[in-house]
Design a protein around this ligand. Structure first.
Ligand SMILES: *Cc1c(COP(=O)(O)O)cnc(C)c1O
Length: 431
């Protein structure tokens, strides 16, 4: 694979941007080599600046559930673009997207648009604190919630897991308002509530944790979490920035049929444009400015071009069998590779939920917590990654990242990927 132009651009980018990138994981640090500069996409395929073609399983880290340049999205965005890129006023596009979402979601009654998943989480946490008049937040090791200060916190040592900052620039005074617990552990959650009576504003979780591997939780655990939050007067926040509109139109709340108090969205909601959102019932949302005392605003919030992309994409998601087809396609990929790995006794399998999949290098087939992931196994991913690139398959450049399948992936794409994966796994485990 010739990637001379990418290498040249990366050299120049290093002079412009920290690490040469606008977001850290793009720098290829965990797989080695240099990032690939993309030029264009169509459906499930992308082309880099050197002219190499790939089947894309990163899909912009999840947003592109229809693949690239879907005709309906392009048409709607073009229509909006010609009317003006931003007004700083309400527009019909924002209302149309709001109505479309609320009409098809049993779990929220009002929604506020923002411009990223991070902003959605930041606002949801402020809302939970404003609503409960409490400060502490419980989060889980193995979940990512964007680069919100109070979420850039990892578990401290010992049983009492008051958070310690995992990023420079986050005050300890703020970090200690965050408690970090292991996933899949009801007792730890009970204990945290018992130790902090009337202090927990919210428990925030990715109901389908998909940012640190794919750590699928038991429904019973999420149900217990719901009950504990209710009993203790804390809000349950489902961070559905990945799972929202991905695992069904109603996301994980719908999939598990569990009603959180606040839901955050991002990624798919904007059709590939920068959009985030948070929603709740009318009572909770009445606490948001200008109705209530919790301030939250945005110059480009509800941007008409971005809203247009969201309308087009989510309308496609609502077509009959959309999610079934995605899940079936993904299951075929996963099952085919898994039977190959089982036959050959390779230390590898794929796990999935709906159209999210993750490549695991372990014999443990029930990985539910972050500490079950063997960091050393990432050496296999590194080899696999570059071999797949050479075969025209693009994954997010980290073994902790999941893959996404879009409605644009064809049966031929899936078949090609199965064949390539088998060849590559033989290289990983037999050479
Ligand atoms: C991506 C993501 C975020 C952050 O969204 P950005 O748009 O990158 O700010 C927050 N929470 C979850 C679960 C995510 O996957």
């Amino acid at each position: 694979m010739n990637n001379n132009i990418s290498k040249q651009l990366y050299t120049e980018a290093l002079q412009c941007f920290p690490g040469g990138v606008s977001s850290p994981v793009r720098a290829f640090k965990s797989v080695g080599g240099t990032p690939i500069f993309m030029e264009r996409g169509a459906g499930s395929h992308i082309w880099d600046v050197d002219g190499n073609e790939y089947i894309d399983f990163c899909c912009s880290w999840g947003p592109l559930i229809l693949g690239h340049t879907h005709p309906a999205v392009v048409a709607k965005v073009t229509e909006a673009l010609h009317k003006g890129t931003s007004f700083g006023t309400p527009t019909p596009y924002e209302l149309a997207l709001g109505k479309l979402i609320l009409a098809n979601n049993r779990f929220i009654e009002k929604i506020r648009f923002v411009s990223s998943g991070t902003e959605a989480v930041m606002s949801a946490i402020r809302l939970a604190r404003g609503y409960t008049n409490r400060n502490k937040i419980i989060k889980f090791d193995g979940c990512y919630h964007g680069h919100v200060d109070s979420m850039l916190v990892k578990a401290g040592s010992g049983l009492v897991t008051f958070g310690i900052s995992s990023s420079a620039g986050v005050p300890q005074s703020l970090a200690q308002e965050t408690l970090v617990l292991p996933l899949n552990d009801v007792a730890a959650l009970e204990q945290a509530f018992a130790d902090n009576p009337d202090q927990i504003a919210a428990v925030i979780i990715e109901p389908i944790p998909a940012n640190n591997g794919l750590l699928i939780q038991n429904r019973d655990y999420l149900v217990a979490m719901r009950q504990l939050c209710t009993q203790n007067g804390a809000m349950l926040i489902f961070d559905e920035v990945i799972s929202g509109f991905r695992i069904g139109f109603e996301g994980a709340a719908g999939y598990y049929d569990i009603e959180p108090d606040i839901i955050t969205y991002g990624k798919i909601i904007g059709g590939g444009m920068p959009v985030g959102a948070y929603g709740a019932n009318k009572t909770i949302m009445s606490h948001i400015s200008p109705d209530g005392p919790v301030y939250q605003a945005g110059t480009l919030s509800g941007n008409p071009v971005a809203m247009a992309a969201g309308i087009a994409q989510l309308s496609e998601c609502l077509t009959p069998n959309f999610y079934e087809n995605l899940a079936n396609k993904t299951q075929h990929l996963v099952d085919s590779i898994n039977s190959f790995c089982t036959e050959r006794n390779y230390l590898c399998y794929l796990t999935n939920i709906g159209s999210i999949f993750w490549i695991v290098f372990s014999h443990d087939h029930a990985i539910r917590t972050a500490d079950q992931i063997d960091a050393d196994s990432m050496k296999y991913f590194k080899v696999l990654y570059h071999e797949l690139l050479n075969k025209g398959i693009y994954l997010g450049p980290s073994g902790y990242e999941v893959g996404f399948i879009s409605s644009a992936h064809t049966d031929a794409d899936i078949q090609h990927t199965i064949t390539a994966m088998k060849e590559v796994l033989m290289v990983v485990f037999e050479k």
